[in-house]
Structure formats: structure tokens, C-alpha cells
Design a protein around this ligand. Structure first.
Ligand code: ZN
Length: 184
């Protein structure tokens, strides 16, 4: 950050009085610009034994497969954000949502939250952010073409838990990878 979003003057970076971390501070209007993690909300949509995946039409990871997910907007609940992303990417409506997997990604200042939900019906279509939308049986999942680590982990947990039909909420910390990876 170079300029204050409140008044347009240059900001400086320093630890404000009573704080413990450096912040962007505006000495003109005295606004402190706090920066906090972003939340990505997503869904693992199912239809019987099948899982819905979307092939991304946008960067990062264009052409790779993902579960519907995206950045939460102000004024939304987590479920609303996950449902909106599913509508945007797969034109799909969901039944009741169950909180499932949470991922801490402190190296990119993100938290990813995935729900499980059965599709409300089979009226799915390619959304504006997708090249393709498809239902996959387990043996059809394109593991080497998944877009993000949190998508891979959510699917791995799902197929592990599905054996017992028991889906406990999981919380994992994903450290940075050695390979350069655009989002996770
Ligand atoms: Zn200012």
C-alpha cells in the first residue's frame, strides 16, 4: 500500500502505539489500514456417488479442475458465499450445507472453508468462470489436473470419510510448498 484509501495521501509503515505489528498508517487523516486474512468459501457438491467439478476459465490455474469456491464478499454468510460461487461457476443449486474442511494458509493470508452439499437437481451448466462442468465418479477424478491443494485435500478427505459415511469437520494447516504455486 502506498496511498491512503480514505484521503489519498501517502501512507507510512510503522507500529502504532499500543500495537505489536507494523501497519500502514496515514499521518494526514490518522487512519490505520489493517490487513487481515481473506476467506475462500467452497463446496463439495455431490449427486449420489458423483462429485461436481468445474474446469477453470480464469487465472490462476486456468484449465484445471476445481470445486466451486471463491473469495467471500462483505455482507455474506459463509454458506451464502459458497452457494453463490456454485451458482456462478456451475449454475447449480444446492440442498442443505454441512461444514466440512477448514484450511489455514498463513503464508498467503487465506483461510479456505469447504462445505458438503447434495445438488438440489441436475440442472447444472457451464458458468461464466468455467470452461466445463462435470459430475465425476471417484475413479474418474482428474487428480493430476486439480487446481488447488485445498481442493485435492477436500476430495481425499471425502473419499476417506465416505467409506464410513461419517464426515467429521477437519482443520488442517497447509505449509508453503517448495514448488511455486499460484494460490495454495
Ligand atoms: Zn488518510
Amino acid at each position: 500500500m502506498k496511498f491512503c484509501s480514505a484521503c489519498g495521501q501517502a501512507v507510512t509503515q510503522r507500529i502504532p502505539e499500543g500495537d505489536s505489528r507494523p501497519r500502514y498508517v496515514c499521518d494526514h487523516c490518522h487512519t490505520i489500514h489493517y490487513q487481515n486474512p481473506n476467506i475462500v468459501a467452497g463446496v463439495l457438491p455431490t449427486w449420489g456417488s458423483k462429485v461436481l467439478l468445474c474446469r477453470r476459465a480464469i487465472e490462476p490455474r486456468r484449465g484445471f479442475w476445481t470445486l466451486p469456491a471463491g473469495f467471500m464478499e462483505n455482507g455474506e454468510t459463509l454458506e451464502q458465499a459458497a452457494g453463490r460461487e456454485t451458482m456462478e461457476e456451475a449454475c447449480a443449486r444446492l440442498g442443505p450445507m454441512n461444514l466440512y474442511q477448514l484450511f489455514d494458509l498463513p503464508h498467503i493470508n487465506q483461510v479456505h472453508v469447504f462445505f458438503r452439499a447434495e445438488l438440489a437437481d441436475l440442472e447444472i451448466a457451464v458458468g461464466i468462470e468455467s470452461l466445463e462442468v462435470r459430475l465425476f465418479e471417484q475413479h474418474e477424478i482428474p487428480w493430476s489436473e486439480l487446481a488447488f491443494r485445498t481442493v485435492t485435500r477436500t476430495l481425499e478427505c471425502y473419499y476417506r470419510d465416505r467409506i464410513e459415511q461419517h464426515y467429521p469437520i477437519g482443520n488442517e494447516y497447509l505449509p508453503p510448498m517448495n514448488l511455486s504455486s499460484p494460490i495454495t
